[in-house]
Design a protein around this ligand. Structure first.
Ligand SMILES: [Zn+2]
Length: 343
């Protein structure tokens, strides 16, 4: 990887359950300040700690700010646990591109081409199950493209297969697979409007605002017991991606890279990430992982690559952790291709 690799910042603010600091690991490079944690939880939820600050890359990464204020009726936020700069970012040599095994590329990942929304749609494999929604989030004024919706659907099946390859088990996709959401606002609104979640930390307004609208329209809650989300918006904004609240919140170029088994550029610094590796990383947070594992793990630097066959994997320890996490119990009861009408 080029020595110019810089730091992806993917922070997460968890609400209502656990809280954990988050940042995307970055190969060593310029350090920077961590991002602040979020604010307290919303009424009716348990306390929410702010997320830890983001250790961002190099040895000089400044400590992240502490977590946010306490949530209503709960304990105070405990963010900042991972805010020590550089904890996982001190890889002097970068380390991207060293990823080991692959779980199958997009091209061979078992897409179910029959699973369209038109005639010939197969029946769901179950009713009332725990499901992962793939959302095509079309900001106002942006084209609602059937081709892009189909890309999201293909990615959904590839992603389901990916986790099967990693864990030996996988989740049900929702039925229909893709939720197309015609958003209430244009892209700028999500970027600039306080989201009620992240205080005055504008960097996360988009994530919070999109999350709020998606969950409202799907009728689900933060860290919903029966629903997880992978969201693809139509527009791109450098670095405004991340995972949690029970969802992976991707960027516009995560969507456009789907069509050609390609790459995206999470942070506008010229460093490419694998189209599936990136979403796997964010979903790894949804499954309870922090930035842990070997350097080439998907939860570390493994998703940075410019090789389409270099799809990152999860270490044995990370796999074991996912499978042992009580919050993931009941989620992995499907085979690749299975869909279910969500609860
Ligand atoms: Zn991350």
């Amino acid at each position: 990887m080029p020595s110019s690799i810089r730091v992806p910042l993917v922070a997460v603010v968890l609400i209502a359950t656990a809280c954990a600091g988050d940042s995307d690991p970055a190969p060593g490079g310029t350090g920077g300040a961590g991002t602040a944690g979020g604010n307290g939880g919303t009424a009716g939820s348990a306390a929410q700690g702010g997320s830890g600050g983001q250790p961002v890359g190099g040895q000089s990464g400044a400590a992240g700010q502490a977590g946010g204020t306490s949530g209503a009726g709960g304990t105070s936020g405990a963010g900042g646990a991972s805010g020590a700069g550089g904890a996982s970012g001190a890889g002097a040599s970068g380390g991207a591109g060293a990823s080991g095994g692959t779980g199958g590329s997009i091209a061979d990942a078992g897409m179910n081409e029959d699973a369209g929304t038109d005639a010939g749609v197969p029946e769901p494999d179950c009713q009332d199950g725990k499901v992962v929604h793939f959302v095509y989030f079309v900001e106002a004024g942006e084209p609602n493209s059937e081709a892009q919706r189909a890309d999201v659907e293909s990615q959904a099946f590839a992603f389901q297969q990916y986790w099967y390859d990693q864990l030996g088990v996988t989740f049900h996709l929702n039925y229909p697979v893709v939720d197309v959401i015609e958003a209430d606002h244009d892209a700028d609104w999500y970027l600039t409007t306080p989201d009620g979640v992240h205080g005055d930390d504008e960097r996360w307004y988009r994530l919070g605002n999109v999350k709020n609208e998606v969950y409202e329209k799907l009728g689900i809650e933060n860290f919903d017991d029966n629903h997880r989300v992978v969201n693809y918006p139509t527009t791109r904004h450098d670095g405004h991606v991340g995972g949690n609240f029970g969802g992976a919140w991707m960027d516009g170029d995560d969507l456009t890279c789907i069509a050609d088994n390609g790459f995206n550029y999470p942070y506008g610094d010229g460093n490419s990430a694998h189209c599936i590796g990136h979403v796997a990383h964010e979903f790894g947070h949804v499954l309870g992982l922090d930035h842990e594992g070997p350097n080439d793990d998907c939860m570390q630097f493994g998703f940075y690559t410019d090789d389409p066959n270099d799809l990152c994997s999860f270490s044995e320890d990370n796999v074991a952790q996912i499978l042992a996490d009580a919050d993931n119990e009941g989620w992995f009861e499907a085979m690749p291709g299975d869909t279910c009408v969500g609860l």
